[in-house]
Design a protein around this ligand. Structure first.
Ligand SMILES: *[C@@H]1O[C@H](CO)[C@@H](O)[C@H](O)[C@H]1NC(C)=O
Ligand SMILES: *[C@@H]1O[C@H](CO)[C@@H](O)[C@H](O)[C@H]1NC(C)=O
Length: 750
């Protein structure tokens, strides 16, 4: 029995069916119990004793028991009641897997006689398993551009239960885009599929979260879920859009290079490269503009790249394109309008419409000298120009039209004071800071003959020696004329035509070019001591101007006349004869020699000297007076005839002299020397008294003439309104004309 049991057990482990057939052969009938799985321990399956027709006592006595060989002991026998009870929890799925019918064979042994009874216990499925998804979370990538109708296979759930407890259906959480379709595969399994019903838009919803629920057919049904995240993949379906369609900005001209004018910004709703933007100038942007500005492709900053000049461009309009890096790329465009603000960066210009014309010095004030205009490229106040003159010139500005000026004279000019003027003109605009510019004009002053020549002296005095050679230079007169050119060229001439009834040209000649005056013949002081004439200096202007000067010529005396003996008269012969008594004492006046000299001054000083004598011890001649006297008494031995040679000299240089010879006859008994002498000298005395008379008469007449002239002048002066000077000049003139001024008077004999 024991071995059988062991064999049976072994056989059962080899094959339950084989074993059963063996038992089946032994027992008469077969009993099948049906219990649901998962019964608690102690649950009664059936009453074996009763079903085997055994009494309760037999249960104990025949040792009713379950064959050990039949595998795991799920069941046991209650010996008191003979009932089959569950000893261990039974899991149908574990025992039978997916088999639709799960039968557990059971062998019961009774002893006395040893009998083997065969039972079958059918384990019924209960819905003790929920459908299970292998992954609790699934993700699915779907391009937003995917067209509706697209299908996406989902993971199937597993449910180990069988029959109606097995997996029946799937449901999908409520959503806007997807529907669920369950397909039945060839093996009968159900395969869930997502069907895109409404197209996705990543920009609205980038992730669609779904819950898939699997349901079995149990009652109540059990379920399992899995989460499905549908990641909506980006498609480049959004163009970049600028924050503003139109950007307006202002920027000063001359703004520093690199300054950011403005920043444009576009937004692209896409993702990744599809939203990465690249900024650039729009197509058709002229090169000039792209040279001035730059666009940062990444930041969208528009910077100044080159100097902006308001005077060239007052505003700029251009487009900026933002392009994403999607494939194909998409673009957005905005417009930029830049207003350039003027900065006072242009200095005013001074434009000469005509180069300044030279001005006549006598031009009336207000004469136009130059036409000037101004220009400033700046705008508004920056371009408002005012023109001023630097002080110090006799000019002023007159404005006619806007920005047009005339430079005019303010007063009469004087070329002799200023030959030319440098006129400084300053142009200043009204900008801040102010800009100025300066220009200098040279205005030449043209000469006008407004200055007469001027002599270096109002009158010239010349001393000329008499007898000097004809053609010698007397003097040079000079006149200067401050004018220019022909107006300053001076010619000299002599105004007076006659001198003492003689043409003046026979006395003097003037070089008209240089004013040198020459004598035409030699002068004789004894004939003419002084004369005067007027010279004129005349310029070559038109009309010409002139001035006069007086030249006084004094003829200086030369010792050109020898003394002339007046007494004793020698016209009877060269020898004068005198008689004298032998009885005369020493100091007796024998005779007196008298001489005159036509020269004047020193040249007319006369001295007498005894040059030779028959007896030099007897006579002497007084040096100054020319008296001839005896030095001693005449003795008997003295010759009766004595000859004296008397030299008469003047004081000139060289000395001029003359001699006179006096014969003295010494007579004995000549008693009336005085009377005789007087008598003897009647002739010469008569002659000298005659001369004296002439002298007196002429002196008187001259004095009378002088007095008369003086009176006439006095009357004229008193009457006339003319200045005293002219009278004086006239008086002095008449003085010069006084004749014979140097005539020497012969002293009376007594
Ligand atoms: C003026 O000219 C004359 C003739 O040529 C000359 O003899 C004279 O010396 C000149 N006078 C002067 C001041 O140069
Ligand atoms: C110079 O003399 C001329 C002739 O006598 C005369 O007409 C003229 O007025 C005089 N000029 C001057 C400045 O004295």
């Amino acid at each position: 029995m024991e071995t059988l049991r062991i064999n049976m057990r072994r056989k059962c482990w080899i094959g339950v069916l084989l074993c059963a057939f063996a038992v089946w052969d032994i027992t008469e009938g077969q009993i099948r119990y049906t219990i649901p799985e998962e019964q608690n321990e102690g649950t009664v399956v059936g009453n074996i004793a009763k079903d085997l027709d055994l009494k309760l006592s037999d249960v104990f006595e025949r040792n009713l028991r379950i064959a050990v060989e039949s595998g795991k002991q799920y069941f046991g026998v209650d010996p008191t009641k003979g009932e089959l009870i569950v000893k261990e929890r039974i899991d149908r799925e574990n025992l039978c897997g997916q088999s639709a019918i799960c039968i557990l064979p059971l062998e019961v042994i009774t002893e006395n006689p040893l009998q083997l009874h065969r039972f079958e216990i059918e384990i019924q499925d209960i819905n003790d398993n929920s459908p299970i998804f292998q992954n609790k979370e699934n993700s699915l990538n779907v391009y937003e551009s995917t067209a509706p109708g697209a299908r996406f296979r989902l993971e199937s759930a597993q449910d180990p239960d069988v029959g109606s407890n097995s997996l029946r259906t799937y449901t999908l959480s409520k959503n806007d885009h997807f529907a669920l379709d369950v397909k039945i595969a060839k093996d009968g399994s159900r395969v869930p599929e997502l069907v895109l019903e409404k197209s996705l838009d990543r920009e609205k919803q980038s992730i669609v979260s779904l819950t898939l629920t699997a349901l079995d057919g149990g009652k109540p049904a059990r379920s399992g879920t899995t989460k499905i995240s549908v990641r909506v993949l980006d498609t480049n379906d959004n163009a970049p859009v600028f924050e503003k369609a139109q950007y307006d900005e202002q920027i000063s001209e001359n703004a520093a290079l690199g300054v950011v004018v403005l920043t444009v910004k576009a937004v692209d709703l896409d993702e990744g490269a599809n939203k990465e933007l690249n900024y650039s100038f729009g197509p058709h942007t002229p090169d000039t503009l792209s040279n001035l500005f730059s666009v940062d492709p990444v930041s969208g900053e528009i910077k100044i790249q080159n100097k902006i000049d308001y005077e060239t461009d007052r505003s700029f309009d251009f487009d900026i394109v933002a392009r994403d890096k999607g494939s194909p790329p998409m673009e957005g465009v905005c417009s930029v309008h830049l207003d350039i603000l003027d900065v006072n960066d242009n200095a005013p210009e001074i434009i000469l419409k005509s180069s300044p014309s030279p001005v006549r010095e006598d031009a009336p004030s207000g004469t136009v000298v130059a036409l000037i205009s101004t220009r400033d490229l700046d705008n508004g106040d920056n371009g408002q120009v005012s023109l001023t003159l630097l002080p110090g010139t006799p000019f002023s500005l007159k404005t006619s039209l806007t920005n047009h000026y005339t430079l005019i004279t303010e007063q009469k000019l004087d070329r002799e004071a200023h030959v030319a003027y440098t006129v400084g003109i300053i142009a200043a605009d009204s900008g801040s800071p102010q800009l100025t510019s300066k220009q200098e004009l040279l205005v030449n002053v043209l000469d006008v003959n407004d200055n007469a020549p001027v002599f270096t002296q109002p009158s010239y005095t010349v001393h000329v020696k008499e007898n000097s050679a004809a053609g010698s230079i007397l003097c040079s007169v000079t006149a200067s004329d401050p004018d220019q050119g022909e107006n300053a060229k001076v010619s000299y001439s002599i105004l007076d035509s006659r001198l003492l009834d003689t043409p003046l040209s026979s006395y003097i000649y003037i070089n008209s070019e240089n004013g040198s005056i020459f004598s035409m013949h030699s002068f004789d002081h004894e004939k003419m001591k002084v004369f005067q004439f007027r010279v004129q200096a005349k310029d070559h202007g038109s009309p010409s101007l002139s001035s006069n000067a007086t030249v006084h010529v004094f003829i200086v005396d030369q010792n050109d006349n020898a003394p002339a003996v007046i007494y004793p008269s020698t016209f009877m012969g060269s020898v004068s004869h005198q008689r004298m008594s032998r009885s005369v004492k020493a100091g007796h006046l024998v005779t007196k020699v008298t001489a005159v000299d036509a020269d004047s001054g020193h040249n007319a000083w006369i001295s007498y000297r005894l040059a030779e004598a028959t007896d030099a011890s007897l006579f002497s001649v007084t040096f100054h007076t020319g008296e001839v006297r005896t030095k001693r008494s005449v003795s008997e031995q003295d010759d009766s005839s004595q000859r004296l040679l008397i030299e008469i000299r003047d004081n000139g240089e060289p000395v001029q002299s003359t001699t006179v010879t006096v014969d003295v006859l010494i007579e004995d008994g000549f008693h009336e020397p005085i009377s005789d002498f007087t008598h003897k000298h009647t002739e010469p005395e008569k002659k000298s008294s005659k001369i004296t008379l002439y002298l007196i008469v002429s002196l008187a007449s001259v004095s009378l003439l002088c007095l008369l002239t003086f009176l006439v002048l006095l009357v004229k002066c008193a009457r006339g309104s003319r200045g005293g000077s002219s009278c004086c000049v006239r008086r002095s003139d008449s003085e010069y004309k006084k004749p014979n001024r140097n005539l020497q008077m012969i002293p009376a004999q007594h």
